[in-house]
Design a protein around this ligand. Structure first.
Ligand SMILES: [Zn+2]
Ligand SMILES: [Zn+2]
Length: 338
């Protein structure tokens, strides 16, 4: 019999009762186990933070070196114990340092996968399949309509428009942690060697990736913002900027920019139309419908808890597969990082 009474939902998020520790808490707590560095999962204000070395470094970039009184770096697949609960952080394939939290207690193994994906990403360790009794899955793209193409095919489109419009600059809206570095690495893998320009807000995170051995090639912070009221050409160059900078004065300083957006949501026509996107790229850091179901099968869990998105369709699919499934109504996690 599996016993899940030791893992509860509290106002702050998932709570491991015997360990007195929360996973990705949305409020300040004493002990927080953090799956990855996206702002809705890795918040400031916890006393003790347990995470991979990469995630701790990302939090330090965001919140300053003293973001917690105590920090415990746990490498992938290193076993630790917290008041009798065995804990392991295993790769989730989402962004640099992202981890699934594997917990064993009372003869029951539960994995909280956090955000994860199965498609290729040269900037982080691939998702590790590990068997468990209960699998807690996200469902950001948990509808059958969501089917993500290979990122390599999407990157080819980017190279094609650059060739097609040599007089225009190509500005790509991409989240600063994970998506931006992944696009840069995918461009490099496709043979693009020229300097890639980045928005100043991405500089530290790109440097952090490089310090962990992820090669990004020649990068340069855009001169926009330093030169007053002057139009900048950067014709035929790629410029990466956070989605929040698109459509601002910053972006208008570029000459005739071709606007690209890279997100799993770009599959939704309505979203792609917003913000004058000319080239929507479906590049997602989350698992699509098929990959969520494939993962549920591979981990061989008898119970599935669904969170973070479109729970209903995944629960229905699990029930048809003969699995027990329920929705965890966790609040406070946004999809903006997508
Ligand atoms: Zn995330
Ligand atoms: Zn998330």
């Amino acid at each position: 019999m599996i016993d899940t009474s030791w893992l509860k939902i509290s106002k702050s998020g998932l709570y491991i009762v015997p360990a007195k520790a929360h996973i990705d808490p949305v409020r300040s707590v004493n002990t927080a186990i953090i799956t990855h560095g996206h702002a809705d999962h890795a918040r400031a204000g916890h006393k003790h933070v347990i995470a991979t070395p990469q995630t701790l470094e990302i939090m330090a970039v965001r919140y300053g070196a003293n973001f917690a009184e105590q920090k415990t770096a746990v490498k992938y697949n290193q076993k630790i114990q917290l008041a009798g609960v065995n804990l392991t952080l295993i790769p989730a394939g989402h962004v640099l340092g992202s981890a699934q939290i594997a917990m064993e207690y009372a003869d029951t193994k539960i994995i909280a996968a956090g955000d994860y994906k199965r498609k290729s990403d040269p900037t982080c360790a691939p998702f590790q399949v590990e068997k468990c009794d209960v699998f807690i899955t996200e469902a950001t793209f948990g509808l059958p309509v969501f089917s993500h193409p290979t990122p390599e095919a999407e990157i080819q489109k980017l190279l094609e428009v650059q060739q097609l419009f040599p007089e225009r600059s190509v500005i790509i809206g991409a989240y600063s942690l994970g998506k931006a570095q992944r696009i840069i690495a995918l461009l490099r893998a496709a043979g693009y060697e020229d300097t890639i320009f980045i928005h100043g807000a991405m500089k530290k995170l790109c440097e952090l990736y490089v310090s962990f051995g992820i090669e990004l090639g020649s990068l340069q912070t855009t001169p926009i913002g330093r030169i007053d009221n002057q139009q900048i050409s950067l014709a035929n160059k790629f410029i990466l900027a956070p989605p929040s900078a698109m459509g601002t004065k910053w972006a208008q300083r570029l000459c005739d920019p071709l606007v690209v957006s890279a997100s799993g949501w770009m599959q939704v026509r309505q979203r792609a139309k917003q913000g004058g996107v000319e080239l929507p790229l479906v590049i997602s850091d989350h698992a699509d419908w098929n990959d969520i179901l494939r993962t549920i099968k591979e981990v061989e869990a008898s119970e599935v808890w669904v969170t973070h998105g479109r729970e209903d369709a995944i629960i229905h699919a699990c029930t048809q597969m003969g699995l027990a499934a329920k929705a965890l109504s966790l609040i406070g996690y946004e999809d903006e990082s997508e």
